[in-house]
Design a protein around this ligand. Structure first.
Ligand SMILES: Nc1ncnc2c1ncn2[C@@H]1O[C@H](COP(=O)(O)OP(=O)(O)OP(=O)(O)O)[C@@H](O)[C@H]1O
Ligand code: SF4
Ligand SMILES: [Mg+2]
Length: 319
């Protein structure tokens, strides 16, 4: 295997609030390899979007950040504003949950594309227009629709347009933050199909943020599970789904199985307040296997089988 495209090392992100610092990420270390799709999962508030925003360099001012984020060897956290702006869009692109928040209702799709391309590359309007048409067609949208305005498209088509815009500059890393959450089930599966094709057609890595384990199973190569700002498990989809080593991952997986059988089952309790999370293992108040050591000692992330890591004092029990 060649080296990673993205390397996140010991990343801490603490948001400054009136009540104190929200410890949204606490020492995250993970790699994303060229052309792979890494899923980031976890319940609401566990830090998924914060990770995406940290990589893109779009955290709010006064946020405390430490650790390293390397893209193809370039340390992103040390970049100046202007340098980061050039990397955003060109090398790292982002797809949001709700495309309307990113599309200007007064601009045609063509204008959006031209603006995006010309802000990063020195190309003529005609050339940019041609690239835009190609990108749209590759997402299954007829080129004649390039003169339309965002509101003239359905939600699923708008998401395809966003993907086309993200891909037009051929980024090496695409971050998709809950890209299908606002879509209905049929459109969602079409968009997931698009991600499938992307993996084949483009040499690009994808960081897919979702709260849906089903989506991960369908699209990802590896999966990282976050809980209360910490990485609690990471491994190949096969490893994590067949042999989840962290009780939190086991709970997430049990939730989807029960949903299929129409039984409403989720992990009891809710994630902690990240201003003052519990001592030791953050999951201990909700964990049925918790022992005294779990309250005292924060479990380190350990490799239990090749490429399969978990942060649980009793991970080997589940091997
Ligand atoms: N700008 C902010 N200022 C203060 N706290 C924030 C800010 N953004 C996020 N947080 C807090 O940081 C924690 C992580 O939030 P984040 O948005 O990363 O979670 P998430 O996993 O993406 O959740 P969701 O599934 O709901 O999108 C949460 O406790 C959240 O309330
Ligand atoms: S370390 Fe303890 S509390 Fe945390 S997940 Fe493992 S068994 Fe549960
Ligand atoms: Mg989020």
């Amino acid at each position: 295997m060649t080296g990673p495209l993205l390397r996140v090392q010991d990343l801490y992100v603490h948001y400054s609030t009136r009540r104190g610092y929200v410890r949204a990420l606490e020492g995250i270390t993970l790699d994303v390899y060229p052309s792979e799709t890494l899923g980031i999962v976890g319940e609401t508030g566990c830090g998924k979007s914060t990770l995406g925003k940290a990589i893109l360099g779009i955290l709010p001012p006064r946020t405390r950040v430490s650790g390293q984020i390397l893209l193809a060897g370039v340390e992103l956290t040390k970049l100046r504003r202007e340098e980061y702006r050039m990397i955003r869009g060109k090398d790292i692109a982002l797809i949001f949950q709700d495309p309307m928040t990113r599309l200007n209702p007064l601009m045609t799709i063509e204008d959006h594309f031209i603006e995006e391309i010309q802000s990063h590359e020195n190309v003529s309007k005609n050339m940019a227009r041609e690239r835009a048409r190609e990108a749209l067609v590759s997402m299954g949208i007829h080129e004649s629709r390039i003169k339309n305005y965002p509101h003239e498209f359905s939600g699923g088509m708008r998401q395809r347009i966003m993907i086309a815009m993200a891909l037009v500059l051929k980024p090496s890393l695409l971050i998709a933050d809950e890209p299908t959450t606002s879509l209905d089930v049929i459109v969602e599966s079409q968009i997931l199909e698009v991600f499938h094709d992307l993996k084949r057609g483009y040499k690009m890595s994808l960081l897919l943020i979702t709260h849906n384990m089903g989506t991960v199973a369908e699209v990802c190569d590896r999966v990282a599970v976050l809980y209360a700002g910490r990485l609690v498990e990471i491994g190949s989809v096969k490893q994590v789904f067949h042999k989840p080593l962290h009780p939190y991952t086991q709970g997430l997986l049990a939730s989807i199985i029960h949903l299929e059988t129409k039984e409403l089952h989720s992990i009891e309790g809710s994630p902690p307040d990240l201003i003052s999370p519990p001592e030791g293992c953050h999951f201990h108040p909700r964990c049925q296997f918790a022992q005294p050591i779990c309250v005292e000692k924060d479990p380190p992330l350990e490799e239990f089988e090749p490429g399969h890591f978990a942060a649980c004092h009793f991970g080997d029990k589940f091997l």
